[in-house]
Design a protein around this ligand. Structure first.
Ligand code: SF4
Ligand code: SF4
Length: 203
């Protein structure tokens, strides 16, 4: 798996979930199909007066989620950037060309109410449940900081093997200490709950 393959899959999914946080910190999610992929940049559109636009302007963080028929979850997380007037016009035209239904929604000059945002720096979390073991991968795009999350085994490990026996995906290998392979880890926490030495932590 790689960045371009993840983006191609999202493009094929077409309609993606876009999550933001509102002024009270509550999650807000909606489906968006007016998306243009340019290299690793994602341009998308919403009307300036929408709550979605207010949340993007106020906070900027967005999480974009797509799910494929192969049981793959692809999640992009980052902070949007706003564009100049000239860029707005350029990418609005591109989006309207690619998504003709938009002309039906905002005909003629009314399309000027649309605002274009771009996501350039983001992380990708790829998670596939149709392989055995499952596949997980993380990527950083445009200088976004790497995703640091998962479970790890520390020096308190007494090499008893309990975690290995309870891992549903066989993601743990023997060693001193034992080691979790992040690329096959469900992040379910079963190993941590069963470790007699308290040697496993979520980071
Ligand atoms: S269960 Fe805990 S102590 Fe035992 S091998 Fe796993 S990490 Fe080490
Ligand atoms: S968190 Fe779950 S999948 Fe990951 S190593 Fe532990 S038991 Fe296995």
């Amino acid at each position: 798996m790689d960045v371009q393959t993840c983006l191609t899959k999202l493009k094929l999914v077409g309609v993606l979930d876009f999550a933001t946080v509102d002024e009270e910190g509550a999650p807000q999610v909606r489906n968006i199909s007016a998306i243009h992929f340019e290299g690793t940049d994602l341009y998308f559109l919403t009307a300036r007066g929408k709550y979605f636009a207010s949340q993007l302007r106020a906070d900027g963080r967005v999480q974009i989620l797509g799910y494929t028929k192969y049981k793959e979850t692809i999640r992009l997380s980052g902070r949007v950037e706003t564009l100049t007037e000239a860029e707005q016009k350029k990418w609005r035209d591109v989006l309207y060309r690619e998504q003709p239904y938009l002309e039906n929604v905002y005909p003629g000059e009314t399309k000027n109410i649309d605002e274009i945002y771009v996501l350039r720096a983001y992380t990708i979390s790829y998670f596939c449940l149709s392989t055995r073991p499952i596949t997980r991968a993380y990527f950083s795009v445009g200088g976004a900081p790497e995703i640091r999350r998962g479970y790890r085994i520390g020096d308190d490990c007494i090499h008893c093997g309990t975690c290995q026996s309870v891992c549903p995906q066989g993601a743990i290998t023997e060693g001193e200490p034992f080691v979790i392979d992040r690329s096959h880890c469900l992040e379910c926490g079963n190993c941590m709950e069963h470790c007699p030495a308290g040697a496993i932590e979520r980071y």
